[in-house]
Design a protein around this ligand. Structure first.
Ligand code: SAH
Length: 269
């Protein structure tokens, strides 16, 4: 049997796995009006260092999320620690604390904050507590994976597009994240080296939930994935948030609200 990586794991767990060993401080770029020079290294909060503008806008967004009965307060706390504006292009930074999805390149988008909050609230309420290893399919710019790193012991996040995988790595490098492993690969196959997972969250929607995900899920764990569902009404099939809970007696499927995620695709590009 393969030896499990120690915590925090190193990049040695698989040829393409990358552990992000972040350094203190924020990007020192001056291209974004929101980003200031690196602050003190001890007890350093990137969002506070980003300046009053970001803090005020983020606070307003967090208040809105907090008011949503479907959002777990622990998720709001975690999101409040992560500077979303650092994950998007500097030209879009001013919109980072609006409840909207934003382009991250290659036709992909960072999910809107309320959907991140919803998915991760499901992760906390449906998954076992405390959360050990979790897997995200679709790192994109790395934002949701970074929020997940505040809520689980160890996070694996896999992305099929090399350019986005590299973008996520560079976005995360400047933050204090030691339990996040960014992987380049086809997430349709899951990521067996980190399995079993307490939770698998997909940020891309497929026609079906791949068998590999269920196989890599721990008993007592759950999968949260936008998936095409046919409600039998004769209307065209559409995407909804689907949760699969795995127990010793089998798998329970629940279908939640309609959603619109980018497609789950196979292969690495
Ligand atoms: N969680 C991301 C959202 C990214 S959008 C964020 O916070 O930014 C969904 C991502 O899923 C896209 O980057 C897309 O390339 C990726 N994706 C789609 N199919 C995939 C697959 N089979 N394996 C890994 N990533 C996949």
């Amino acid at each position: 049997m393969k030896e499990r990586p120690s915590f925090p794991a190193t990049g040695a767990i698989a040829p393409r796995a990358q552990t992000v060993r972040a350094k203190s401080g924020v990007k020192s770029t001056t291209t974004s009006p929101l980003v200031q020079k690196p602050g003190p290294q001890q007890g350093y909060s990137p969002i506070q260092a980003a300046g009053e503008w970001a803090v005020a806008h983020q606070r307003r967004l967090m208040d809105r999320l907090q008011a949503d009965p479907h959002v777990d307060p622990r998720v709001v706390q975690a999101m409040g620690r992560i500077p979303r504006h650092q994950f998007v292009d500097s030209a879009l930074a001013a919109q980072a604390y609006e409840d909207t999805s934003l382009p991250i390149g290659l036709g992909q988008t960072i999910s809107k904050p309320s959907i991140v909050a919803r998915m991760l609230s499901l992760m906390l309420t449906k998954g076992p507590q405390p959360l050990g290893r979790v897997l995200e399919i679709g790192s994109g710019c790395g934002y949701q994976a970074t929020v997940m790193s505040q809520l689980a012991k160890e996070v694996y996040s896999i992305e099929r597009l090399k350019q986005l995988h590299e973008k996520a790595r560079s976005n995360v490098r400047t933050l204090l994240v030691r339990n996040l492993h960014l992987i380049l690969g086809d997430g349709m196959l899951g990521f067996p080296s980190g399995a079993p997972y307490d939770v698998i969250v997909s940020a891309a929607g497929g026609d079906l939930i791949p068998d590999a995900w269920l196989a890599q899920l721990a008993v007592g764990g759950c999968i949260i994935a936008p998936t095409v569902v046919n409600d039998g009404s004769g209307r065209a099939p559409s995407q909804a948030l689907v949760v699969l809970e795995k127990s010793l007696s089998g798998v329970k499927k629940s279908v939640f609200e309609p959603v619109q995620f980018v497609p789950l695709k196979s292969g690495v590009a």
